[in-house]
Design a binder for this molecule. Structure first.
Ligand SMILES: Cc1cc2nc3c(=O)[nH]c(=O)nc-3n(C[C@H](O)[C@H](O)[C@H](O)COP(=O)(O)OP(=O)(O)OC[C@H]3O[C@@H](n4cnc5c(N)ncnc54)[C@H](O)[C@@H]3O)c2cc1C
Length: 269
């Protein structure tokens, strides 16, 4: 369940176009999506769940949490569930946040490879990360960037994100751009604009505990079958996402969602 050594597929327009078909399928099959409803509490009782959000309340027979276990544990108003989850919870020290940069570039016609990992000997300033990932949009993808332009997404890990509040992004940005120039991957004169984000931004925009991203990392001391499975209370609450078996990354998240669905169907229908 790790990243494979197969070639990559490219989705025109970016990752949102992996999500849209699923969303459209759900909507045409009677689903409703509520945007901007932050769940603040889930109260189990009488075989049902009351979900309280910043914009209203819902009562349902089932509830599936797709947010990190750290957040799920805080939301459920049930000492039994909180206690049960405790043995699976990883702390900030065991997790990673990300420093990310988005670049808009003048189109680079001769780019044989879109995805690169660069090693940084001595580590990046402030965050100490020793490698940088960069992915370019496909030169023929005019959904992602207009003709004549190309975008690039950069990310690098930040260990123990709760511990590292970043005040000076410019120093890190400069070190990353210098390293990219050194490899001839991004030349300063090709940059139209860029912006960067720290774990603080991830925490603000996604609500994920500590701004930790990417999911629960694989550790030698945690066997895959020791990760949290989909059943939360064996009544009607289920969990999925990158902190639940099989964990990390989009492939793992999709599989954990499929497992939660199958277990729910098997348990109740
Ligand atoms: C920079 C970066 C690079 C990555 N690169 C790769 C890669 O190359 N390949 C790969 O496979 N994976 C990659 N990943 C990991 C992958 O993106 C994640 O593991 C995956 O998106 C997690 O999906 P998820 O559904 O579990 O969680 P999320 O995508 O975090 O979804 C949870 C959703 O719940 C919402 N939410 C949180 N709290 C609440 C609340 N209280 N009420 C309502 N909604 C709430 C959040 O806003 C969010 O929309 C990368 C991640 C990052 C950050």
């Amino acid at each position: 369940m790790c990243y494979t050594l197969f070639g990559n597929y490219y989705v025109d327009g970016g990752l949102i176009n992996l999500v849209r078909p699923v969303l459209n399928y759900s909507l045409t099959h009677g689903a409703t999506t509520k945007y901007g409803h932050e769940v603040t509490q889930v109260i189990p009782g009488n075989g049902k769940y009351k979900t309280i959000t910043t914009k209203g309340e819902f009562t349902s027979r089932f509830v599936i949490s797709g947010i990190p276990l750290n957040n799920t544990q805080m939301l459920f108003d049930s000492p039994t569930i909180k206690k049960k989850l405790q043995k699976y919870i990883l702390s900030s020290e065991q997790l990673n946040g990300a420093f990310t940069m988005s670049l808009v570039l003048k189109k680079h016609q001769q780019l044989p490879v879109l995805h690169h990992q660069l090693h940084v000997s001595g580590g990046l300033p402030v965050i100490g990360s020793k490698s940088i990932f960069i992915s370019f949009s496909h030169p023929s993808d005019t959904l992602r960037a207009p003709e004549g332009e190309q975008v690039a997404s950069i990310s690098t890990h930040i260990a123990h994100p709760q511990h590292k509040f970043i005040h000076d992004k410019q120093v890190i940005e400069k070190a990353i751009l210098d390293r990219l120039e050194q490899e001839g991957l991004v030349l300063p004169e090709k940059i139209i604009s860029f912006q960067s984000a720290t774990p603080g931004a991830w925490q603000f925009w996604t609500g994920r505990a500590y701004g930790a991203v990417g999911g629960y990392p694989q550790y030698n001391h945690i066997k895959p079958w020791q990760m949290k499975d989909a059943r939360l209370d064996h009544k009607g609450a289920y969990v999925c996402g990158d902190t639940v078996y099989p964990g990390q990354g989009i492939v793992g998240v999709c599989l954990s969602g499929i497992i939660a669905y199958r277990k729910l169907m098997q348990d109740h229908f």
